[in-house]
Every structure is written in C-alpha cells, then in structure tokens.
Design a protein around this ligand. Structure first.
Ligand code: SER
Length: 345
C-alpha cells in the first residue's frame, strides 16, 4: 500500500521513535508527529511537523489534515497509570476516543477508510492467581480478558471503541450496505525491549532496565521476584508487526485485535543472560508488592497463531537472536565496550 500521509501520536516514546524512523526509511511522504515532549534531535528532519502538547486538546487541529494512517501510540503505561488513575483514563481513553472520532469523520468524508493502528498490550489480560496463569500457558485473544490495571482496562475498552467506530458508528439496518468507516487494527504487544531507548512508567520495564544497567556497569535492584515470567519482544519486531499489519489486505483480517509473541523468560533468566554478557553485573531482587501483583496477572505466553495465519506474522528475533544479533551488539556500540565485557555469541 502506498502511504503518503501519516500521524504518529506518542512519537517521542519508545515505539514512536523507532516507528518514525522506519516510516521515514520507507519513504512515507509526510509524517506528522504529536507528543507532550519536544521532538528528539534524532527525529528532526523526519517529521514534517511536530505538534507538541496534550493530544486531548490538540485533536481539533488535525481536522484540517488528511491522514492515510494514524498510529496512536500516546499512552500512560501500567505502573504510572496506577498512581494517577484519572489522568491515565483521560490520556488513554479520552485521547483515543477523540482521535477515533476524527478518523471516523475523515473516512466518511473522503470516502476511503483511514487506517487506525493501535498498540494494545498483555495488560489487557488478567489472571486471578499464579496457578491460573501457569495453567493457562499460551493465551488466545478472547481468553482471560479481565485486566487488573487501569492501563489494561483502558486498552481493552479502547479496542472495543475501535471496533465500534469501525463497524457500528451511526448505526444502520443490518442488511444495509455499510458506509465507509475507519479501519481499526490493534496489536497486543508483549513487553518491548529496545537497545536505543528506555521505557518509563511501565511494569515490564524491569527487563530493559536490568539489561541497560548491566551494560553500563550499574547495579540494579529488580522490582519483581526471580520466578516472574512474561513474554518479551525486540523493538524491531514490534515495528515490523505494526507495518505488516498496516499493509495486510483488509479481506485477510478475521479480527481487529491480534496477539503477537516472540520469547518468554523469567526474571532470573534475564539476570543470567545479563551476567553472561556483562560479567560482574550486580543484579539483586527487591520485589515491589504492587508491581509484582501487576506482572503476576499478565500471561507468561501469548498465542499468536491468528496473526501468523491472517497476515503471516513471524518474529525475526527469538531469545538467542534477540541477545546475540540485536541487543548486545547495539548496546555495546551505545555504551562503549567496557574491558570486562565478553561476548556470549
Ligand atoms: N509495557 C507495558 C507496561 O509495562 C505493557 O504493555 O505497562
């Protein structure tokens, strides 16, 4: 598909920065970015226009623009959202609702659906107990959707809003031909790890925090127990998934929400990998009761067979490739090779 005009909200966040770079490399003509923060130096020259400020109050301005695709990445992540719940709801739900209304209006007006790409999350799931989590194994899209967090509840509800604006907004007789509506596509991401940026405000952050600390020779106290297990993914795979789903022909899609998965490991295995790569890394475990509870409610593994079937999803990085071919080579370039480093390739 030829995409000429794109809006990326949350463009200064982790996914945003990597995505803007990829869209630019793809030759997208006009990338408009929006974020509370100013655009980082590295993205200047890629964004045709940066709109800085609170999305909820900025959406009005976008009614004058034409976008083929909207990537709505702006969000308050799970740990942060628990300490400022109303604010999180405003950002996560109100911001999404405003943008969905814009996309619905524009789709109808131009007679062509605006694609609305939405990152959902493992936080949309929730297990009542550790036993249920371990028994469940790989979880499908429609199982265990009982989020324990404000962030997870917001993501799950916004998936429903996306489906509403794509299929039912305006209502009609079920036999009538549907008018042109927006084209909502969501991915439930596992914890993401980038070698270039650090997450903030999330609860899967212990993974990337531990690895970045080890690479810099800084001690790290992990805020979850050693046996804690969720699923993770390399940032390049997350970007690949967003772009592949964007490109997928509508008629191939049997769902508007898809799991994707790459590799699942415990916090102890993370520590082991970090120590192998950076001997002498000081990593201890000091579980935080609240954050532990959040991660314990998330699946250890996701069933992504629907994405594999409908749009040929397949991650490039399994656990070994993530460490050996992506994270370690890049992180060494970033922080410089310390004398104590040894390769585990
Ligand atoms: N990375 C997110 C968080 O920890 C989960 O999607 O909040």
């Amino acid at each position: 598909m030829t995409v000429s005009s794109v809006l990326v909200t949350g463009a200064c966040g982790e996914i945003g920065q990597a995505l803007v770079q990829s869209l630019h490399e793809r030759g997208v003509k006009r990338i408009v970015t929006c974020d509370m923060m100013p655009l980082p130096e590295s993205l200047k020259g890629m964004s045709a226009e940066h709109v800085q400020g609170d999305l909820v109050f900025r959406v009005k301005q976008f009614y004058d623009y034409d976008f083929d695709v909207i990537f709505h990445l702006a969000a308050s992540l799970s740990s942060k959202a628990e300490v400022a719940t109303e604010e999180a709801h405003r950002i996560n739900v109100e911001g999404t609702m405003q943008l969905l209304m814009l996309a619905a209006y524009k789709s109808e007006k131009r007679g062509k659906p605006v694609k609305f790409m939405f990152p959902s999350s493992i936080a949309a799931y929730g297990f009542p107990s550790a036993e249920a989590k371990h028994k469940a194994g790989r979880v499908k899209e429609d199982e265990w959707t009982h989020p324990h967090t404000m962030y997870g509840a917001n993501k799950l509800y916004c998936e429903k809003l996306g489906e509403y604006y794509s299929n039912y907004y305006g209502q009609r007789h079920l036999d009538e031909n549907p008018p042109v509506m927006l084209d909502f596509r969501a991915i439930r991401f596992p914890g993401l790890i980038s070698a270039f940026t650090m997450p903030s405000g999330g609860t899967s952050d212990y993974g990337p925090e531990m690895l970045h600390a080890a690479a810099q020779g800084k001690p790290y106290a992990c805020f979850v127990r050693e046996d804690t297990q969720i699923t993770f993914m390399a940032m390049p795979d997350a970007i690949k998934a967003l772009l592949n789903l964007m490109d997928a022909p509508r008629e191939k899609l049997t769902s508007s929400v898809y799991n994707i998965d790459a590799f699942s490991l415990t916090a102890a295995e993370f520590r082991q990998r970090a120590i192998e790569a950076f001997p002498g890394a000081q990593i201890t475990f000091e579980p935080n009761r609240r954050r532990q509870g959040i991660v314990d409610s998330w699946p250890a593994d996701l069933d992504d067979s629907l994405a594999r079937r409908d749009w040929a999803w397949k991650p490039d990085y399994d656990m070994d490739r993530f460490f050996n071919d992506y994270f370690l080579p890049q992180i060494r370039k970033r922080y410089g090779a310390r004398p104590s480093l040894r390769s585990n390739e």
